[in-house]
Design a protein around this ligand. Sequence first.
Ligand SMILES: Cc1cc2nc3c(=O)[nH]c(=O)nc-3n(C[C@H](O)[C@H](O)[C@H](O)COP(=O)(O)OP(=O)(O)OC[C@H]3O[C@@H](n4cnc5c(N)ncnc54)[C@H](O)[C@@H]3O)c2cc1C
Length: 119
Amino acid sequence: MMVIGDAAGLVDPLWGGGIGYAIRSGRTAGRTAVKAFDQQDFSKGFLKGYEVGWGNSQDGRSLQRSRILSRMLLGLSTVDRDVYIRFQGSVMRFGSSRVLSAIRKIMDAISARPPATTQ
Ligand SMILES: Cc1cc2nc3c(=O)[nH]c(=O)nc-3n(C[C@H](O)[C@H](O)[C@H](O)COP(=O)(O)OP(=O)(O)OC[C@H]3O[C@@H](n4cnc5c(N)ncnc54)[C@H](O)[C@@H]3O)c2cc1C
């Protein structure tokens, strides 16, 4: 079985967006289903290709970053969370591309680490 969209938990925990993830995970699952049909292999191992492919995709990595960030934000005090969000907002408005690129690199490094616990 392949699960997509909201049913698979593919919703950004920070902003609540899930329409794009639902569409693109459905497309990825559909492609995997076509391959499974071509090869007449509907085993769990074959269908797992969808999950692995999704996890490695830009969407999968972006969602992983949001999950990590939301866990970090939940661990902060209300004051620190407010400071972070204001900082992030300022960077978005006035920040140089170098600052944004550094933040992106940090987030990429964080999301490249294996998760401490699986969900
Ligand atoms: C108030 C609100 C605002 C949102 N705003 C945004 C936004 O601005 N941008 C964004 O990207 N995302 C937004 N989202 C999230 C987005 O709506 C979902 O992530 C997205 O619709 C998920 O698509 P889906 O196909 O996985 O599930 P759904 O859109 O929920 O589709 C599932 C469908 O399956 C049907 N169904 C359920 N059970 C059965 C059954 N047993 N048999 C047959 N059919 C069944 C349901 O009726 C439904 O039509 C919002 C969500 C909410 C609640």
